[in-house]
Design a protein around this ligand. Structure first.
Ligand code: SF4
Ligand code: SF4
Length: 243
């Protein structure tokens, strides 16, 4: 495959300002996330997800996890122990103690407006884009894992082993941290995150929270929704209903 080296665009999009020290897996080159049909990254948008736990089945969540793995290339680690393996989306069950109602949750990076992972990062590898998507620049990440400790959602994973055959849009590297990118490489081309595409119902809605005409905005106006750990006031980009 002809891989395109486009470090300048990559750095521009990732808001990086200096070259980094972490080693990205050999053979992986840097590509821009938005080389075709680029959608401008602007603070006039805030990308988000709304997950309806009343509609979301366990099969749906399995499908979301599989779609994420296929799209981003994680989950094929062979040497990592079960607890070391990356998990960009987790399937959780939560039980209402009063009613015993059990809900299935898909939990991924919540793309917090006030992200603790960004606050604690000593190298600015953890960053929030203007449109609210929180990312890790693998070239700046030194693998200190402060961000993993700071994240209240256990959303980040550390790569423990050397990786091969990675996706062109998602360079991953041993000794760096990673998490859900909301499929930013697809969003920047006007597409929908892979996990959302995998669900055949309206159990997961993706869109611009600031756009009054978007389905996610209109739905959030008429239903009751919650943020996980809303007490932390992180103003998450991922919202849930039915819990
Ligand atoms: S969920 Fe965790 S990793 Fe994602 S933005 Fe919030 S603090 Fe950072
Ligand atoms: S491990 Fe997390 S906190 Fe440390 S440099 Fe990498 S992104 Fe920043």
């Amino acid at each position: 495959m002809n891989k395109t080296l486009n470090r300048r665009d990559f750095i521009k999009i990732m808001n990086a300002t200096t070259t980094g020290v972490a080693i990205v897996a050999s053979g992986i080159t840097l590509t821009t996330f938005a080389s075709v049909n680029e959608i401008p990254v602007t603070n006039k948008k805030r990308w988000g997800l709304l997950i309806d736990t009343n509609k979301l089945t366990e099969t749906d969540i399995d499908g979301m996890v599989n779609a994420c793995q296929q799209e981003q290339g994680w989950g094929t680690e062979t040497h990592s122990t079960a607890s070391q393996k990356p998990g960009w989306i987790k399937k959780l069950k939560v039980k209402d103690k009063a009613t015993n109602k059990v809900s299935n949750l898909a939990l991924m990076c919540q793309h917090c407006e006030e992200p603790p992972c960004v606050d604690v990062c000593p190298t600015n590898a953890s960053m929030k884009r203007e449109d609210g998507i929180v990312l890790v620049d693998k070239h700046l990440c030194i693998g200190c894992r402060y961000c993993m400790m700071a994240c209240p959602y256990d959303a980040r994973s550390f790569v423990h082993e050397t990786l091969n055959n990675q996706k062109e849009h998602m360079p991953r590297g041993k000794g760096t941290v990673e998490a859900c990118t909301m499929c930013v490489h697809k969003i920047d081309k006007g597409e929908t995150p892979a996990c959302v595409e995998s669900v055949n119902s309206e159990a997961v809605i993706f869109g611009n929270l600031y756009d009054e005409s978007s389905q996610i905005n209109q739905t959030l106006k008429i239903i009751q929704s919650s943020q996980i750990r809303s007490d932390l006031n992180l103003n998450t980009g991922v919202r849930y209903s039915g819990i």
